[in-house]
Structure formats: structure tokens, C-alpha cells
Ligand binder design. Structure first.
Ligand code: CUA
Length: 367
């Protein structure tokens, strides 16, 4: 019985381990697709093999001596006692120090290289870590999107990153982390960490000061990323994608994002009304849609920071990038957001299924 239980544990453990080898698991730092990840990998590989060599030598010696000098019948219980060997001790103090110093040289060089200023040609993006979604603001281009970081290939991207939040005493976040021209606030902000393994190493994202990260993508493609620092209930749902375009396609994407969003006819116009009036304060208490204005012609902007929904229909995922952008998923999400994403700041407005249909029709026009 004992053996059966052990076998079961072994089989399950082996299954879990093998699952990590799934061919479609994309978030691998060992398959770099950009200069930042490439440099980290170039450092990792030799350091790894040095560590393997040391492991084999040390463990090999350990096993050898354990077997060779194990207790046998007829031997003394206490082996002959040796007290110190100056030469050996000097050797095994100096040797590890030399190895560590050797590893430190490329390590420090890589740290400085990764921290280098990319120069004036870089695309600047402000990255804000919210509970629990990422906001990407392009100050030069006047574009603001959640969950999807769009970049051109072959051009350095300079990210300036802060953790931001709402509520409590709303002190302003560092001035480098303003977005859409608005002052962002600290509020309930917590530590996050930004990581798309194929493109760059992790960078912790702090509330009180801005950090930067530079990377470039070699090839067009979609690279998955996620928050790598526990940041509360839906930490595991704090995902994002980096979408790398050819430079021409990127320019087109920017132009598309800069257009005013949506045309409002039929079901969409009904949906807009739900959007403005649902629940106690409408969806616009938190969400913005570029082009939506109040009676005074001022852009309607929520008092609480939530994803900007302009061009929502052009995005592939939503809600911290945990859902593919389909009507079916939208319906599930709108019916009860906190049930889909624990701790979500988006409340359940108890929308009727008719209201949800109208909202979806409206959202689908935001191309
Ligand atoms: Cu943000 Cu974990």
C-alpha cells in the first residue's frame, strides 16, 4: 500500500515535470527573441555550465568518499583523526574565490550593458502596474492601451515603469509616470515585476520611484508576459502580451489608435447609454473612451483608473489579458467580474442580459 502511494506520487510529479516541456510553452528565457534576453542568455549559458562542472566535481567527490570509506566489518569505528591541512585549506578558499571573481566579470559587464541609455531614437513607453493589469502609455504618440504592448521590430524600446493605485491618501506617483497627461497616483499600489521572458529579463516595478528597462524585438510576433512578483489576489491573472510589428505595421497601428473610436448607430447607441448610465455611476466612473465627451465638450474620464477602452475591439485580450476577446467571454466577464478575476476592482453591476448584449454591441464598434 505504501509502495502504491509512493508510485502514485512519483507518477504525478513526473507528469507535472514533463508538462513543463510542452512544445507550445512559449515563455522561455532560453529562446531569446531580442537583444536584452539574448544578453542575459549569453551570460546564463556559461555560468550554468560552470555551475554544472562544480556540482559534478563536488557531488562526485562526496559520493566517492562516502562509498570508498564507508564502515565495514573489522574496521575501527573511529577513523584516524586529521587536524587541518594548510595547503588544502588555502586551495579551497582561493579556488572558489577565483571562480566567483571570474563569473563576476561578465555578470557586471552585462548589468551595465543592459542599463545603458538607448539614445534618442528609442520608442518611449510608460508602463504602469495596477492591481491587476498593465497600462501602456505612449506619450509621443498620444496612445494609451492596457494589456498589449505594441512595438516595432529592430528599434530600441525604453520603458519607464511605476506601480500605481487608487484610494487611500492619493499621493502622486513619480512625475516620470504621468499617463495621458494625467497625474497618476500611488493609492493602494504594490510591488509588481514586469517580465516577457523571450524579450527581456525581469524588472521590479515600484510605487515610489520609476525604473527603466530597454529592449528590442528581433522578429514580428506575439510574446507573452506576466507579473512575476506576488501582488495580491489576482497576481496570477496579471498578464500581458508584447506585440512586435514590422516598422510599417507599427506606424499603421499607431495611426489606427490615434483615430477617434467607434461609430454609434443602432444597438451600439443603446449600448452607449448603458455604458454611460449602468450601475451607480456608469462604466465611465472608471473607464475612458477617447472621443466620448460630456455636455461641455470635455473628455469623460473616470475618477478611478481603469483600462482605457478606446479601440477595445481591436484588441485580442482583455481583463489583464486572461480572456480572449470574444462575445462569449465578454458576456461571462460583464455578468460578474470579481467571480472571473478575484479581487477585481470592477464591480458586479448586476447587469441584465439585455444590457450586457447592448454593451457588447457598443464595445464591438470600438475598432
Ligand atoms: Cu502584479 Cu503580481
Amino acid at each position: 500500500m505504501h509502495r502504491k502511494a509512493l508510485t502514485a506520487v512519483f507518477v504525478i510529479a513526473a507528469g507535472v515535470l514533463l508538462a513543463a516541456c510542452a512544445p507550445n510553452a512559449t515563455q522561455s528565457a532560453l529562446e531569446p527573441a531580442g537583444d536584452n534576453a539574448e544578453k542575459a542568455n549569453t551570460l546564463f549559458v556559461p555560468v550554468f555550465w560552470v555551475a554544472v562542472a562544480i556540482f559534478v566535481i563536488v557531488e562526485g567527490a562526496l559520493l566517492f568518499f562516502a562509498v570508498r570509506y564507508r564502515h565495514r566489518k573489522g574496521r575501527d569505528t573511529i577513523p584516524p583523526q586529521v587536524h587541518g591541512n594548510t595547503r588544502l585549506e588555502i586551495a579551497w578558499t582561493i579556488l572558489p574565490a577565483v571562480i566567483l571573481a571570474g563569473v563576476a566579470v561578465p555578470t557586471v559587464a552585462t548589468i551595465f550593458e543592459l542599463a545603458r541609455d538607448p539614445g534618442p531614437g528609442a520608442l518611449e513607453v510608460t508602463v504602469l502596474g495596477h492591481q491587476w493589469w498593465w497600462e501602456f502609455d505612449y506619450p509621443e504618440e498620444g496612445v494609451n492601451v492596457p494589456n498589449e504592448l505594441h512595438v516595432p521590430t529592430g528599434r530600441p524600446v525604453l520603458l519607464t515603469m511605476c506601480a500605481v493605485g487608487v484610494g487611500y491618501e492619493n499621493q502622486p506617483a513619480p512625475s516620470e509616470c504621468e499617463a495621458e497627461g494625467r497625474v497618476t497616483t500611488l493609492g493602494n499600489s504594490v510591488l509588481h515585476s514586469f517580465w516577457a521572458p523571450e524579450l527581456f529579463g525581469t524588472q521590479d516595478v515600484f510605487p515610489t520611484y520609476a525604473r527603466t528597462l530597454t529592449f528590442a524585438a528581433d522578429e514580428p510576433g506575439v510574446y507573452e508576459g506576466q507579473c512575476k512578483e506576488f501582488c495580491g489576489l489576482s497576481h496570477a491573472y496579471m498578464r500581458f502580451v508584447v506585440v512586435a510589428h514590422s516598422p510599417a505595421e507599427f506606424d499603421q497601428w499607431v495611426a489606427d489608435q490615434q483615430r477617434p473610436a467607434g461609430s454609434l448607430e443602432g444597438a451600439a447607441a443603446e449600448g452607449l447609454r448603458v455604458f454611460l448610465e449602468a450601475g451607480p455611476a456608469g462604466c465611465t466612473q472608471c473607464h475612458s473612451v477617447n472621443g466620448l465627451e460630456d455636455a461641455n465638450g470635455e473628455m469623460i474620464r473616470g475618477s478611478i483608473d481603469a483600462p482605457n477602452l478606446s479601440h477595445f475591439a481591436s484588441r485580442d485580450c482583455f481583463a489583464g489579458c486572461i480572456f480572449e476577446n470574444t462575445d462569449e467571454n465578454l458576456r461571462r466577464w460583464l455578468a460578474d467580474p470579481p467571480a472571473m478575476k478575484p479581487g477585481s476592482w470592477m464591480p458586479d453591476y448586476n447587469l441584465t442580459s439585455e444590457e450586457i448584449d447592448r454593451l457588447i454591441a457598443f464595445l464591438n464598434t470600438l475598432k
